[in-house]
Design a protein around this ligand. Structure first.
Ligand SMILES: [Zn+2]
Length: 413
């Protein structure tokens, strides 16, 4: 799934190991994914997300050196350093078995009972964990106070050479880059917003290499149910679950697609008439199935009971921190269930039942369309295969094809 490739071994248990993080931060195999003010950078020359090693980008090398000691301490807060930094994991794809001597620069490795394995990877715990480390680093000094350790002048070349990457550019990248971006973006977005403790209002600071937040309040006379919690004294990144549902009738010959009120534009700023699937956030104490049933009725007026909903697949969506749970819902046509009524929450501009045959033609021809939008019928577009909406529409098409290629099949989910 686009944005969801497990590109790295996250080795979450090593995030709290300061020796490991120290080695990883300075190793020549380490890749940094720079963000400026919360957005990744487009490497236009290579048509990729900009990523670099310490050697490749002197500005990033200098910035990491400036802030490395403050990591996992209250002094590491973005308001002080001008930087949010998160360890993402180890890329194990280029690890070879021929370990070479530890690089002389990794002096800390010796005291940590670990060693390097050459320029290709970091080796830790006597070779049990090996790989090329990845970090995301968000440079935010321009939007914080002017006394930060890292200043905009420290990354002047970076900001001149690269521009922020847009969603329409992102979906044309390879899935590994997009998935690294997604992981980095979700952590950095959370780090930039979660500045104060929800228990007592004190400043929070990142721990475990940017993957958790702790309350900095040391005053025991001030009650803080985050710091004093029996279970833990930290806050975790949030991921917002949402449901996305493709709706069909019981023989899959009809598919309902909807058009939102949000104005869509292509790369050349031309308005786009895009139809897609219904989506909405999961609410507290809802099952995925009841949330789908509710969203379908609220947005389109169509009645699709929770028993007719089936979870198909999922997709992380880093705008900013969603986990989309993809479902298909079957509507039992009876002259009433399928009727469209857009007057409940008025979120949609339109909803229509389309012939699945037309959708099959669009999906089968989608490789001819460049970019995010795929031609459907008339001037209508659907989103491309980087989206879970496309995958769900494709699921309905495949069901329709299967039923109609075998007359003995039954139209079951
Ligand atoms: Zn607190």
């Amino acid at each position: 799934m686009f944005f969801g490739e497990a590109a790295l071994n996250r080795v979450s248990f090593l995030r709290s190991n300061r020796d490991f993080i120290k080695i990883a931060l300075s190793h020549e195999s380490t890749t940094f994914i720079p963000f400026i003010n919360g957005e990744g950078l487009l490497d236009a020359a290579n048509h990729d997300l900009y990523m670099c090693s310490l050697k490749q980008d002197a500005e990033i090398g200098s910035i990491v050196e400036k802030v490395a000691e403050a990591i996992d301490t209250p002094m590491g807060r973005c308001e002080i350093t001008g930087v949010n930094l998160t360890f993402l994991g180890l890329d194990e794809s280029n690890v070879t078995n021929s370990a070479s001597p530890m690089p002389s620069s990794s002096a800390a490795a010796a005291s940590a009972s670990s060693s390097g394995c050459g320029s290709n990877c970091v080796e830790f715990c006597k070779g049990k964990y090996r790989g090329a480390p990845y970090f995301a680093i968000d440079l935010r000094s321009a939007s914080s106070n002017s006394k930060t350790v890292v200043q905009p002048s420290d990354y002047i070349n970076l900001s001149k050479r690269f521009k922020p990457i847009s969603l329409l550019e992102m979906i044309t990248l390879n899935n590994k880059s997009a998935s690294l971006y997604s992981q980095a973006k979700m952590y950095l977005d959370w780090s930039s917003k979660f500045k104060f403790c929800p228990g007592c209002g004190s400043p929070m600071y990142a721990i475990e290499a940017g993957t958790k937040m702790a309350c900095s309040n040391k005053d025991k006379s001030i009650v803080c149910n985050v710091r004093d919690s029996r279970l833990n004294n930290v806050c975790f990144p949030r991921t917002d679950p949402s449901v996305i549902i493709a709706i069909a009738n019981s023989d899959y010959s009809k598919t309902c697609l909807v058009r939102t009120k949000r104005h869509m534009k292509d790369r050349n700023n031309n308005p786009i008439k895009m139809y897609s699937t219904i989506a909405g956030f999961l609410e507290p104490s809802e099952t995925v199935e009841t949330a789908c049933s509710r969203e379908i009725w609220e947005e389109s007026g169509i009645k699709c009971p929770q028993e007719n909903i089936k979870i198909i697949n999922t997709q992380p969506w880093p705008y900013p921190a969603s986990m989309m749970i993809g479902c298909v819902g079957i509507v039992d046509f009876n002259g009433s269930n399928e009727n469209i009524d857009l007057d409940n929450d008025k979120e949609l501009l339109d909803a229509k039942w389309f012939n699945t045959k037309d959708l099959i033609h669009a999906i089968d021809s989608s490789h001819q369309c460049k970019g995010f939008f795929v031609d459907f019928i008339d001037d209508i577009k659907i989103p491309n295969d980087s989206t879970i909406a496309f995958q769900l529409m494709n699921h309905i098409c495949n069901k329709y094809k299967a039923i109609n290629s075998n007359s003995n099949s039954t139209a079951l989910l």
